[in-house]
Design a protein around this ligand. Structure first.
Ligand code: RIB
Length: 306
């Protein structure tokens, strides 16, 4: 059964510079790249490259960037039957800065992604009803994502929410009760719980709060410090993989794509999180967003090396 991804599709304009500019400052960069991105799209490419049957549902404009996104998705062999064209809105774009330490900052102009609504969920209802796992992020309207989540869960599937970008005031309890697993990073955890975790013990406390608010399971990503996971039956900490990072854009997306693939293969949560952590780490060794998704062979080799 496939993994459905309901989320944003963007074209990313990325500037690489020694350091990111401060407010009011101009810095000279070294190069730039135009490529396929969007958290939903990146997660779909990540799952697809690992060999999973995937179905991406999203919305792009009828503009040149929309054509480009479709062509890149086709080249990456990601099925595009659920990618709808919108004559009224422009394709989403992201303006990204990456510094010499691989850190990034991103401004997203949602465009067609933010025009997604109930009609799109209806058009893709069969995809959602047939999915084992649904991947959601926060670059499309939350209400549409939750409608899709309900369809997936009605037929026994599971929903993973990447709360990126996280809403400033957190979620209402009934939102988290409509998903199975939430995967915030440190900043998102702080926005959702008021706690900014820096180690396993603090992440455990935050995970407990997220589960008390209704999420079935929580996977708290601490970037280069590792990942904590907790569900009703298990909890644990996965140490980070040591890699040569050059660009952290889409590391979280490759993590979530890998997590969905591993869970769809029936792996227990702890093992699935380790697989996902390897996917996220490997993505930082390559430039770009969707283009940084690792292959299954690369992931297996890193898991073996440790
Ligand atoms: O997570 C990385 C992604 O965030 C980029 O590809 C960009 O499009 C933004 O959506």
């Amino acid at each position: 059964m496939p993994i459905a991804i309901f989320g944003s599709i963007n074209i990313d304009l990325t500037a690489y510079a020694e350091r990111l500019p401060r407010p009011g400052e101009t810095v000279h960069g070294e190069r730039y790249a135009l490529g396929l991105g969007g958290k939903g799209c990146n997660q779909a490419v990540a799952a697809c490259r690992l060999g999973a049957e995937t179905a991406l549902v999203g919305r792009i404009g009828t503009d040149e960037f929309g054509n480009r996104a479709l062509a890149e998705l086709a080249a990456l062999k990601v099925p595009t039957g659920g990618v709808f064209r919108d004559a009224e809105s422009a394709t989403g774009i992201a303006v990204i800065g990456v510094d010499a330490t691989a850190q990034n900052c991103i401004t997203v102009i949602g465009g067609a992604n933010m025009a997604i609504g109930a009609a799109d969920v209806e058009r893709a209802a069969e995809t959602f009803r047939g999915a084992d796992i649904l991947l959601l992020q926060m670059e499309i309207p939350l209400e549409a994502g939750l409608l899709a989540a309900d369809l997936v869960r009605e037929t026994g599937g599971e929903v993973i929410l990447d709360p990126a970008p996280a809403p400033a005031g957190g979620y209402a309890t009934d939102v988290l009760a409509r998903i199975d697993l939430i995967t915030p990073n440190e900043t998102e955890t702080e926005l959702l719980t008021g706690l900014r975790p820096t180690n396993a013990a603090e992440a455990a406390e935050a995970a407990g709060l997220l589960r008390a608010k209704g999420a079935g399971a929580a996977v708290v990503k601490l970037g280069a410090a590792g990942v904590f996971y907790q569900d009703a039956a298990s909890e644990g900490f996965v140490e980070p993989f040591k890699v040569e990072s050059i660009d952290s854009v889409a590391a979280g997306d490759c993590f979530n794509g890998g997590l969905a693939v591993a869970l769809s293969e029936g792996r227990p949560l702890g093992e699935a999180v380790r697989f996902a952590a390897a996917c996220g780490a490997l993505s930082t060794t390559k430039a770009g967003a969707s283009s940084s998704a690792p292959t299954r062979a690369e992931v297996e080799a890193l898991l073996k090396r440790g």
